[in-house]
Design a protein around this ligand. Structure first.
Ligand code: AMP
Ligand code: ZN
Length: 117
């Protein structure tokens, strides 16, 4: 998918609406429009990378940043104190990826089961 057709690029560029809960110069965090837990946010890099599979060595610092911000946002939503949270990166259609712009799901506020479906 090209960046012009990418929903998350549109959100990041202000061309589509979203409920933004955090942003900095490398990423934007929005509430998921179809939440799967009481708290469900998406940590999205500003740079268009299609999936974790497309990240390269030059993206290592960015990937670390996305995980650190995932923890920070989870903490700010009280998830660490309420039993924990899950950070998930669906990679590829078979794994449930539907938007082909890398993002970390942060879910919490309910009991989680394992393995995930
Ligand atoms: P994935 O299926 O892992 O690619 O995750 C994409 C996520 O984006 C899904 O959980 C969707 O509910 C969510 N989503 C789709 N459209 C929007 C939107 N306009 N605003 C916020 N979240 C969205
Ligand atoms: Zn994109």
């Amino acid at each position: 998918m090209s960046e012009q057709d990418c929903l998350f690029c549109k959100i990041i560029n202000g061309n589509a609406a979203a409920d933004v809960v955090y942003q900095d110069n490398r990423c934007v965090v929005i509430r998921d429009i179809n939440p799967q837990a009481p708290t469900h946010v998406l940590v999205i890099p500003r740079e268009h990378i299609e999936s974790l599979d497309d990240a390269s060595q030059k993206d290592e610092t960015l990937l670390g940043h996305l995980l650190r911000i995932s923890a920070r946002v989870a903490n700010e939503h009280g998830l660490s104190d309420s039993g924990g949270y899950r950070a998930v990166i669906n990679t590829g259609r078979g794994a449930g990826q539907s938007v082909f712009h890398l993002h970390v799901h942060v879910l919490g506020g309910r009991e989680m089961t394992w393995p995930p479906g």
